[in-house]
Design a protein around this ligand. Structure first.
Ligand code: G3P
Length: 217
């Protein structure tokens, strides 16, 4: 399973990259705003900086909600760096734009997906990635992981090539469960990645090894 980090924070992106397990980055307008990155030009420059900090795919989201606007913004984003994946919302214009970019060989990520039907549409439009938001479904007492499972089943039935990018991952158990289900990618905060390192038996075991080693020296 690929690990993407879901942030626009360059320090956190670099920390995950330094760990050697990062496959890409996802962002959205809210994550940009959280880092104080506002205004079209600053946002474009920030995407460039993110691409320089990592080796993998970097999802950059269009703001337009009409087809022509999405095409214009998506082309501008894609021209920044070959790592850019054009992120499009799961609305009719987004699906149409997804087909346009797929036909041109530009990578796409259809976002804000909350149902299997939406995931089927994204796959039929040739999306590189589909982003079901599992944490936000959990927030409203709906089983987010079950949506990932069902999309996996349908995509496997028809050998759809669209990769399931489990998004709105919030914690380490989301990561582990996505891996059990066969999600192709997960995107979450840095803590959902570094949290996987932790186990008290690892800590106590290492402390004992070092103590025993010190006895002979
Ligand atoms: O990847 C989607 C993500 O940015 C949304 O996450 O935690 O705001 O639901 P969250």
């Amino acid at each position: 399973m690929k690990f993407f980090i879901d942030t626009a924070n360059l320090e956190q992106i670099k920390e995950a990259q330094d760990l050697g397990v990062l496959d890409g980055v996802t962002t959205n307008p809210s994550l940009m705003a959280k880092e104080g990155i506002t205004g079209a030009e600053n946002i474009l420059q920030h995407y460039k900086a993110i691409c320089e900090a990592v080796e993998g795919d970097v999802s950059a989201e269009v703001i337009a909600t009409d087809y022509e606007g999405m095409i214009q913004q998506g082309e501008e984003l894609a021209a920044l760096n070959p790592q850019i994946v054009v992120k499009l919302p799961m609305i009719a214009a987004g699906i149409k734009a997804c087909k346009y970019f797929s036909d041109k060989g530009i990578k796409t990520n259809v976002t804000l997906v909350f149902s299997v039907g939406q995931a089927i549409l994204a796959a039929k439009a040739g999306a590189t990635y589909v982003s079901p938001f599992l944490g936000r479904l959990d927030d409203i007492s709906t089983d987010g992981l079950n949506l990932i499972k069902e999309i996996r089943l349908v995509y496997d039935n028809y050998d759809f090539k669209t990769q399931i990018l489990s998004a709105s991952v919030r914690n380490t158990m989301h990561v582990v469960n996505c891996a059990k289900i066969g999600s192709d990618v997960m995107t979450g905060p840095l803590s959902s990645i570094t949290g996987l390192l932790k186990h008290p038996l690892t800590d106590s075991g290492l402390a004992q090894f070092l103590k025993d080693y010190a006895k002979g020296n």
